[in-house]
Design a protein around this ligand. Structure first.
Ligand SMILES: [Zn+2]
Length: 97
């Protein structure tokens, strides 16, 4: 079981996503928002092995996307790596407004 990176408590609960960015981040990564009940820390932690297997099973059962090769919708560039920390910062700025 994971522990809080701030106070090392194991009293962590899954936390709801709050913004569109968080929901998207949840969909594309294997991390989920957690809240520490001891110190109120909130942040992203990797899912447990069991939870990861559940997610993988759901993804396996999804249908394949249509083949877009040769069409205008074909992806021309290889996937860029996402800088999640930078994107999180934008999300925090949005909440302040
Ligand atoms: Zn804590």
């Amino acid at each position: 079981m994971a522990h809080c990176p701030k106070c090392k408590s194991k009293d962590l609960r899954r936390s709801r996503t709050r913004t569109r960015w968080e929901r998207w981040r949840k969909a594309i990564t294997d991390k989920r928002p957690f809240r520490c009940r001891a110190c109120q820390w909130r942040g992203w932690l990797p899912l447990s092995a069991a939870a990861l297997e559940q997610v993988a099973a759901q993804r396996r059962s999804a249908t394949d996307p249509p083949n877009l090769r040769g069409t205008l919708l074909a992806r021309s560039n290889p996937r860029h790596r996402l800088d999640l920390h930078t994107l999180d910062r934008f999300d925090d700025d949005e909440k302040d407004n």
